[in-house]
Design a protein around this ligand. Structure first.
Ligand code: TLP
Length: 343
């Protein structure tokens, strides 16, 4: 099977499995797991922050980050298609008690002007703004990147008004590779940044939250509260260390695969695809045909051993990752040409 549904579908590599089998471990809640400690140190260094906190998932990373930056009843400003808004079971409201103020914006980015307007002047009646959230790369926009300049400008507006910024950087290393910058440059202007080991980096479990030491101390308390504090977590952290060393340098290949898929797709009848969105390892497109819906196209691909997921009747997202070869991608392109030829 060739799996295009998500980069979360990758299986741990042999190197990861070896590292997991031989990892030195201890009780992480007590700070005694040397492998987790090393992963937190290395991650913080890569993002240019003083401290890191290993958490089980991207969802928990976002949640502990938001809890540590805000108070219940505050307002959170975020993109209207943000993952934390659309796909995280409203934890930010149910658990962190935050009210949301979603903003529109092309390619996953709202404007500094819209942000400025959304941070209301303090008065007796209104909620205060607790946090601004950015997402880099932006999932729903098709894996688009926020540049260093965009990140800086948005953070400047927020900070000038005394509001901290959280970056959901589940795929921040994809953004760094695509933009040709260091991840720490993208993280520098923000107060809190998360990233995932279990997406393009190919590890089986885990995400990281990075920021100032006092912020991470608070996030650690919230991780405990949410039941995310682990014991001999070095077994999974070991795979994260392998991911940073061996998988991070090859992320560009996934972008090349996505480009090839997108170029094939955009030439096929009834496919609507904005090539400007194809910046990293996600390819979002629409199927606008009389004879075929998006779920039907996925079903036909399935018959040829290709797993793909429709997001609606007309929308599909393909995701490239380490477990597909360039030869696999040729097979996918051939199948697409065959199914979509003529109309
Ligand atoms: N994204 C996944 C899931 O929606 C299944 C995917 O396939 O793209 N932030 C962003 C930007 C994400 O894309 C995701 C997961 C998360 C947070 C949440 O991470 P997890 O799944 O580890 O909780």
């Amino acid at each position: 099977m060739i799996d295009l549904r998500s980069d979360v579908k990758t299986k741990p590599t042999d190197l990861m499995r070896q590292a997991m089998a031989t990892a030195e471990v201890g009780d992480d809640i007590a700070g005694e797991d040397p492998t987790v400690n090393e992963l937190e140190r290395r991650s913080a260094e890569l993002l240019g922050k003083p401290a890191g906190l290993f958490v089980p998932s991207g969802t928990m990373g976002n949640l502990v980050g938001l809890l540590a930056l805000t108070w219940p009843g505050q307002k959170m400003i975020l993109h209207q298609e943000a993952h934390v808004f659309r796909w995280e079971r409203a934890g930010l409201t149910r658990i962190a008690g935050l009210m949301t103020h979603p903003l529109p914006g092309a390619y996953g980015a709202f404007s500094p002007e819209d942000l400025e307007g959304a941070i209301w002047e303090p008065d007796l009646h209104s909620p205060t703004t607790g946090v601004v959230a950015l997402e880099n790369t932006h999932n729903r926009a098709g894996g688009t990147c926020l540049s260093v300049a965009q990140t800086r400008e948005l953070c400047e507006v927020a900070h000038r008004r005394g509001v901290p910024v959280h970056v959901d950087g589940a795929r921040i290393f994809n953004a760094a590779v695509a933009l040709g910058v260091e991840a720490r440059e993208l993280a520098a202007p923000a107060d809190s940044v998360t990233f995932c080991f279990s997406k393009g980096l190919g590890a089986p479990v885990g995400s990281m939250v990075c920021g100032e030491t006092d912020f991470i101390d608070r996030a650690r308390e919230y991780r405990k509260l949410l039941g995310g504090a682990m014991r001999q977590a070095g077994v999974v952290a070991a795979a994260g260390l392998v991911a940073l060393e061996h998988e991070l340098p090859r992320l560009g290949e996934d972008h090349e695969k996505a480009r090839r898929l997108a170029e094939t797709l955009s030439g096929l009848p009834g496919i609507v695809l904005d090539l400007r969105t194809v910046q990293t390892n996600l390819v979002r497109f629409e199927v606008r045909r009389e004879d075929l819906t998006a779920p039907e196209l996925c079903r036909r691909l399935g018959e040829q051993g290709i797993k793909a997921g429709a997001q609606s009747d007309t929308e599909i997202r393909f995701v490239t990752h380490r477990d597909q070869s360039f030869a696999d991608l040729k097979v996918v392109c051939g199948a697409l040409r065959e199914i979509l030829k003529g109309e």
